[in-house]
Write a protein that binds this ligand. Sequence first.
Ligand SMILES: C[S@@+](CC[C@H](N)C(=O)[O-])C[C@H]1O[C@@H](n2cnc3c(N)ncnc32)[C@H](O)[C@@H]1O
Length: 229
Amino acid sequence: MHLSSVLRGRLDGVSDVWRGDHPWAAFYDFMVEHERVGRTLWQAGARSDIRLLYTAAAEIGRVPDGGRVLDVPCGGGVALRGLRPGQDVRYVAADIAPAMLERTLGAAARRGVRDLVEAVEADVERLPFADASFDLVVSFTGLHCFPRPEAAIVEMARVLRPGGVLSGSALLNDTGVLYEPLRIAGRLGGLLGPSGTRVELAHWLAAAGFPDASIRTSGALVYFRGTRA
Ligand SMILES: C[S@@+](CC[C@H](N)C(=O)[O-])C[C@H]1O[C@@H](n2cnc3c(N)ncnc32)[C@H](O)[C@@H]1O
């Protein structure tokens, strides 16, 4: 079989690999939850500062009372560090992998925010929420794991109210040839989707209703943030 058709099959099946709790998922979660380990490995593998992820997650703690937050994909719950115990928000953690949702609920309990968190098994392309039902959607280290990142952005925009914020990060394709081995290994391993370039991401965001989104590069990754028009 031709290499490109093998790769195409891998890209299309990426959500199934994550749903099945690939061993990388538990390792990845351990890495991002332990700041010292995460900082070292992210710096070594992606020349990216993991503290940008924690800083971006801190926006959750600034959501006004009564706010609604969607974290998709929540993974093992790394973004929960932004949530304050007793904060008056509804926090929905969504992921395609039941094992990741279990990890998120464990992390929520350890962080004293279990009562604020609802875990929902969902595919990012078919979120079981009404239009405009969230004030903040966070999507960290997620787009590159999806088979159709542009469709995921459209769906996240749908559930966000006008004036609400989408904040996320992703491993993109044009952040440097240095990271090509990482991207190729991730795709051959079935864990990475097609992702896109910074120009494509800006276009997807603008088309989905985020005309002024910012995109900041950190090594192999970018951090993006936009307000829904
Ligand atoms: C690299 S992890 C990132 C998780 C977390 N946001 C973080 O930064 O640690 C990618 C996550 O995407 C989830 N995922 C993959 N495909 C998905 C899909 N189609 N819909 C929802 N979640 C998906 C995986 O189960 C995994 O938890």
